[in-house]
Design a protein around this ligand. Structure first.
Ligand code: NAD
Length: 493
């Protein structure tokens, strides 16, 4: 196993008001490199004390940041994107150590992250409000105002992209932010905030406070927070919603998924099988929009499974630092135990037939948190295996007969983040896309996300959007202003 580039990690700290805090009241947690199970660095965790400090610093920085001319704010947001590109290698290296994402995949993250800063920066001086026809003798208009201090709580997976997707719109429209990364992956967010400071973003505009549930709750309940963006699991979202109810703070929730990949018999089966592999390769199944449920038309299922098994055999699982690796470990020992438990329970309850993997990997990989790429065939569409997010390299293959059955099975989950349709019949592709309850549908292609796409959930995958103008609007609210033009003693209807 190649030694991870621990030297590339920034010194763990909190970043509050432009200052680094090495000690924090929430204690310390060791970051573990998931490929070897060995500790890298101790991370100071924010407690309620540091959360309060961070919100106050964000409040103090707010008037100056709001007053910054739109064009200048846009220029600074763009400069963050430029800095991300200039430090792409370093950020990718941090990402690989932080989450054990194979280098071949983390190498793409900086470009994706930068694109969100570049896209949003373009909007800085192009949105502002509108004139409203509100009756004769009046002048009525709206101003798109920032909320104020935004709490952005991000997950550990693809942490560079997850943080950039929200920082860019939050800053562009004049909010300041307290960003809370997961204690499992605190480094890349810290380096990103450093780069923003170096690019000229004033201290206090971005504050970074790694911490766990206690820090997250304190942030959500803080009376100085005016908007919450939460990206993470459904269970945590329920707690966040309950806590946000205290101060009636608006939320945007980007949650998990159980995305269906529908393969009709007229599809390019090899391309669809390759696409299915993305549910395991790259992120080891630890992504919100991965095609973890493959719905295949019955008559081509046997052929499809042969293709899929052939591809799985060629999947290089192992050292994330090796450029030839396709799939790395899970994030933690706990995640490993949890996913193995799901597999065991699915086998026990006969939710499907295990045709590949299902085990923790041994030999050179025994100390890391590796689970072999796992495929269940003949999966019962109503079972927990088919309906619940697993967040590990586990694919469920389910058969269907005809379009109606395919759509019904695609919708048989409480999630609705995304779906994929593979067919040569484009009319059917559009019909199915209209009928599937999910926020994003990809037809005959891979899950490429661009910053102009409004990405977000239906059903229990959340609400609100990241990306596009909709993603920017998440962080503004219209203030309406009414002005009487006639003499004050005249009545206006
Ligand atoms: P998680 O819910 O465990 O944690 C998410 C964040 O919430 C972390 O920063 C965590 O420290 C914090 N947190 C934990 N308890 C909290 C509490 N009580 N109050 C406030 N904050 C709290 O999720 P995770 O394991 O970090 O990430 C994986 C999940 O995120 C998966 O479900 C995945 O699908 C989802 N996800 C969704 C998207 C999307 O865009 N829809 C993107 C990435 C990940």
């Amino acid at each position: 196993m190649i030694e991870p580039a621990i030297h590339s990690l920034p010194l763990p700290s909190l970043l509050i008001g432009g200052k680094r805090l090495r000690d924090a009241s929430g204690g310390e947690q060791y970051h573990i490199y998931a490929a070897t199970g060995r500790a890298t660095r101790g991370i100071p965790l924010a407690g309620p004390l540091e959360i309060d400090l961070a919100v106050r610093e964000a409040q103090a920085a707010l008037p100056g940041w709001r007053k910054t001319a739109h064009r200048d704010r846009g220029r600074l947001v763009r400069a963050i994107g430029e800095a991300v590109l200039a430090h792409a290698e370093e950020l990718a290296a941090i990402q690989t150590v932080e989450t054990a994402t194979p280098v071949a995949f983390s190498a793409d993250f900086p470009k994706a992250a930068a694109s969100y800063f570049h896209y949003n920066a373009e909007w800085a001086d192009k949105i502002g409000g509108e004139i409203v026809p509100a009756g004769a003798g009046t002048f009525n208009y709206t101003i798109d105002e920032p909320y104020g201090v935004v709490a952005a709580i991000v997950p550990w997976n693809a942490s560079l992209v997850a943080a950039s997707q929200v920082l860019a719109p939050i800053l562009t429209v004049g909010n300041t932010v307290v960003l809370k990364p997961s204690p499992l992956a605190p480094f890349v967010a810290l380096r990103l905030a450093d780069l923003a400071l170096e690019a000229g973003v004033p201290p206090g505009v971005i504050n970074v406070v790694a911490g766990g549930a206690e820090a997250g709750e304190a942030l959500v309940r803080h009376p100085g927070v005016s908007k919450i963006h939460f990206c993470g699991s459904r269970d945590t979202a329920r707690r966040v919603m309950a806590a946000a109810a205290e101060n009636i703070v608006p939320l945007c929730l980007e949650l998990g998924g159980k995305s269906a990949l529908l393969v009709f018999s007229d599809a390019d089966l090899l391309a669809a099988a390759r696409h299915s592999m993305s549910a395991m390769a790259g992120l080891s199944g630890q992504g919100c929009a991965l095609p973890t449920r493959v719905l295949i038309e019955k008559e081509v299922c046997a052929k499809f499974l042969v293709l899929l098994k052939g591809l799985v055999r060629r999947l290089a699982v192992g050292d994330p630092m090796d450029a030839g690796t396709h799939m790395g470990p899970l994030i933690s020992a706990e995640a490993c135990r949890r996913v193995l438990g799901v597999i065991e329970s699915a086998r026990h309850q006969q939710h499907g037939k295990l045709i590949a993997g299902g085990n923790r990997m041994d030999g050179d990989l025994a100390d890391g948190f590796f689970i072999a790429p796992t495929i269940f065939a003949d999966v019962d569409a109503e079972s927990a295996l088919a309906r619940e997010e697993i967040f590990g390299p586990v694919v469920s293959v389910i058969t269907f007969e005809g379009e109606e059955d395919a759509v019904r099975k695609a919708n048989a989950t409480s999630y609705g983040l995304s779906a994929f349709v593979w067919t040569a019949d484009l009319l059917r592709a559009h019909r199915a896309s209209a009928a599937i309850e999910a926020g994003t549908i990809w037809i005959n292609g891979m899950a490429a996300l661009t910053p102009s796409m409004p990405f977000g959930g239906y059903k229990q995958s959340g609400f609100g959007r990241v990306g596009g103008l909709a993603g920017l609007r998440e962080f503004t609210r219209p203030k309406n202003i009414w002005l009487r033009l006639d003499a004050p003693n005249e009545r206006i209807n």
